[in-house]
Design a protein around this ligand. Structure first.
Ligand code: F6P
Length: 368
């Protein structure tokens, strides 16, 4: 009988609760004991019954449609240190857990894979210190890990969608629809700043879905002169044709060709100085992460939760840690480390100003 634990980590995302629910119930259905680790890696390091709790079927009732994550999340500093991971190893063994599913972004999943690869060393050290007895040492030689990707940013390679991205996108579009009315009334320009960290997916998709006038994203930097001229010419043409409102979407990670950030204030100055538009900035902030999950995220999170449990139960010590992805509408297993590696290489390509390669890696060449 296996003991499977689930944890959410990093920024919360709508659909995480649906994922946790599916994991808990699939684990129980498969004859395992199910556990939830509260407060992400912080809870894993803290350990004990407060943070590592056995969960029953009824404990997750109604979670499918709850926003955020009911088991809490954190960006843990302590888990980044080896000492923290050693403590986390002991806490898992004390609780009898032998498989861990982490729902989070690339940082959280990298941490999970590192933990798995260090596990044999960590457990040896604990055994050597006398912190765990022979029987437990023999029983917990390996930790099976699986990642499900929960992040509104949709910035993970190897999967078409991360859990929460479509909910966040829906929220952004709804907000822009609201802004449209007031922009139209006053014939104003609005700069809408959206989240996404170093990824422009939310900004780009929201721009397409709301017919924004201009979109600035990290993957397609331009010189100041270039983006300003292009933006002004498009907006002027549209205004000349009678359009009363102007919407410019700025991804929070938008950058110019020299890699300096393009801020909403930079855009405002251009719209005011060059086009004389009455302009306001709306930073959507955490409203984009809150609220309930859209149907797609509930389905994605549920199907991935089921697959994640199957994956940890089938994994052998030799299997590379899997990450559950969606690829062309199919739920599939991918190598977690490979996905993290490609994700990180996008950032490197941008740092090296190889934007074309960054876009190829992101698979967003249609941005052109
Ligand atoms: O990764 C999710 C995300 O919402 C990003 O889009 C954003 O940059 C960041 O988290 C905000 O983090 P915090 O909630 O810690 O301010």
């Amino acid at each position: 009988r296996r003991n499977v634990a689930v944890m959410t980590s990093g920024g919360d995302a709508p659909g995480m609760n649906a994922n946790v629910r599916a994991i808990i119930r699939t684990a129980i259905f498969s004859g395992c004991k199910a556990f939830a680790i509260y407060e992400g890696y912080e809870g894993l390091v803290a350990g004990g019954k407060k943070f590592i709790r056995e969960m029953g079927w009824e404990d997750v009732r109604g979670w499918l449609c709850h926003g955020g994550t009911n088991i809490g999340t954190a960006r843990s500093q302590r888990f980044r240190e080896r000492e923290g991971r050693l403590q986390a190893c002991k806490n898992l063994i004390d609780a009898g857990i032998d498989a861990l599913i982490v729902c989070g972004g690339d940082g959280s999943l990298t941490g999970a894979d590192l933990f798995r690869s260090e596990w044999p060393e960590l457990i040896k050290e604990l055994h050597h210190r006398g912190d765990i007895l022979e029987e437990k040492f023999a029983k917990h030689k390996h930790l099976n890990i699986c990642g499900t990707v929960g992040s509104i940013d949709n910035d993970m390679a190897s999967t078409d969608a991360t859990i929460g991205a479509f909910s966040s996108l829906a929220r952004i579009c709804q907000a822009i629809d609201y802004i449209d009315a007031t922009a139209n009334s006053h014939s104003r320009a609005f700069i809408v700043e959206v989240m996404g960290r170093h990824c422009g997916w939310l900004a780009l998709m929201a721009g397409i879905a709301t017919c924004a006038d201009y979109i600035l994203i990290p993957e397609k930097p331009a010189s100041s002169q270039e983006w300003q001229d292009q933006m002004c010419s498009i907006i002027k043409k549209r205004r000349d044709r009678g359009r009363r409102k102007t919407i410019v979407i700025v991804a929070e990670g938008a950058i110019a060709l020299d890699l300096s950030p393009i801020t909403s204030k930079d855009v405002l100055d251009v719209l005011v100085d060059r086009l004389g538009l009455d302009t306001r900035i709306t930073t959507l902030g955490h409203v984009q992460r809150g609220g309930t999950a859209v149907a797609f995220d509930r389905m994605l999170a549920t199907m991935q939760g089921v697959e994640a449990v199957k994956a940890v139960l089938e994994c052998t010590p030799e299997t590379p840690s899997p990450m559950i992805a969606i690829d062309e509408n199919k739920i599939v297993r991918r190598s977690l480390m490979e996905a993290v590696k490609i994700t990180k290489s996008v950032a490197t390509a941008i740092e090296n100003k190889d934007f074309k390669h960054a876009m190829e890696l992101r698979d967003t060449d249609f941005v052109e």
